[in-house]
Write a protein that binds this ligand. Structure first.
Ligand SMILES: *Cc1c(COP(=O)(O)O)cnc(C)c1O
Length: 405
């Protein structure tokens, strides 16, 4: 499949245009207006030789040759169109889609270990907290054969060793929206590849590859899908990392289902509009929560004073995003009781994990998304996390106000 830059060189200058058109270059030749969903688990082979050659190329991480895709676990055209589109939005050569964000992260770690082993590196990982609870857990548990040192962003250079194969960070971080200066960490990491989880910012607000990140990870389940009906992950990266990731994906069976690939691709078309509208509401709600709302002790939001200690909004990020975390007033015990009550009393905000969809969600990170995190690093129990959706801002404010009272 042609890359977007080969086919839309001058017209597709804005992310809004790319979001609508990218990954659809082959549709006119197919005589269709929307991407077909190819559910084939296997594909007819033109000959033993051609099929074998395709298989060989894909097992090495390449795209199918004249023998076609061969088998869905190796490659699928519906998924590939989404991958082309996401790469265009992130400004990378390629992207590779997975069955979930965690499957994508697992593939990144395994790929980093393999690539690192060739370069004489070991299985040490440096990670900056806070991270999504699952990411934190899979690193802390050593399940993937890694040994992880968790450090603040400032100490990455000191923590990197000869056997370090990967540096992991998330910005804004889940759940307290901590920001990290990506370029500074890339510099501190030296030759070691840096993985940035860009789930919260989306390619609309931040493109970590342009700042030197080797792998840009998304839980596609969140903003990319955007409607709460897809479980998926994706990694945007250069050709070499993409090949390494597809090799891992083919062997571990972590490719995303074509129907999900279709929904992700459709989700991208409205991503810029959704993210900006949700961000507009989040900005207003964060200010109201910080200054007027009852029983709120602290608001974690990158757009508020103190929320951007490295001054990356306006340079690294194009806006503060649509996620907010609030700490309830009254100290640890009273705050915890209030936090649990607020989740129960909301009507428009659904009490549910996940985020980034068209509808607003509220959840308690310490009890749910970040439950597996080590006690010392777990979010405070008086914190709830809000994902701001597309509902009317006054309705959302009224719902929070009655829940907080
Ligand atoms: C949800 C999430 C993940 C994990 O993605 P899944 O699709 O649930 O596997 C990873 N990182 C961040 C920041 C997330 O919010």
């Amino acid at each position: 499949m042609d890359t977007l830059m080969e086919t839309l060189p001058d017209l597709a200058v804005s992310i809004d245009t790319l979001a609508v058109h990218a990954g659809r270059e082959d549709l006119p030749d197919l005589g269709v207006h929307v991407p077909p969903i190819d559910l084939s688990s296997t594909n007819p082979l033109p000959s033993v030789d051609a099929g074998g050659e395709s298989y060989e190329v894909m097992a090495g991480g390449g795209h199918p040759g004249p023998g076609g895709p061969v088998y869905q676990r190796l490659w699928n055209p519906t998924v590939a169109r989404f991958e082309t589109a996401l790469a265009a939005l992130e400004g990378t050569a390629e992207s590779v889609a997975f069955a979930s964000g965690m499957a994508a992260f697992t593939a990144c770690v395994l790929a980093a270990r393999q690539v690192g082993a060739v370069q004489g590196r070991g299985s040490h990982v440096v990670a900056i907290r806070p991270l999504y609870g699952g990411t934190d857990h899979v690193l802390a548990s050593g399940l993937l054969g890694t040994d992880t040192t968790f450090v603040p962003a400032e100490l990455v250079a000191d923590a990197v060793r000869a056997d370090t194969c990967l540096v992991v960070l998330e910005t804004p971080g889940n759940p307290t929206l901590d920001l990290v200066d990506v370029a500074a960490v890339v510099h501190a990491a030296g030759d070691v590849p840096v993985l940035v989880d860009n789930t919260f910012a989306t390619p609309v607000l931040q493109n970590p590859a342009a700042l030197g990140a080797s792998m840009v990870l998304h839980s596609g389940t969140k903003y990319l899908g955007g409607h709460g009906d897809v479980l998926a992950g994706a990694v945007a990266c250069d050709l070499e990392w993409a090949a390494a990731l597809r090799r891992v994906r083919a062997l571990t069976g972590a490719i995303v289902h074509p129907l999900s690939g279709y929904l992700l691709h459709r989700g991208l078309q409205t991503l810029p509009l959704r993210v900006r509208a949700q961000q507009d509401s989040a900005r207003q709600l964060a200010a109201w929560l910080a200054h007027e709302a009852p029983h709120v002790a602290q608001v974690h939001y990158p757009g508020l004073p103190g929320g951007d200690p490295y001054g990356v909004i306006g340079t690294q990020m194009r806006g503060p995003g649509a996620m907010i975390a609030i700490r309830l007033a009254g100290g640890a015990e009273v705050g915890f009781r209030r936090a649990t009550e607020v989740t129960q009393r909301c009507h428009l905000f659904t009490h549910a994990v996940s985020l980034g969809g068209v509808d607003s969600l509220i959840q308690h990170p310490a009890a749910l998304t970040h439950r597996p995190v080590a006690p010392g690093a777990r979010p405070s129990p008086d914190i709830v996390r809000l994902s701001i959706g597309l509902e009317d801002i006054d309705d959302l404010r009224a719902d929070l106000e009655q829940a907080l009272r």
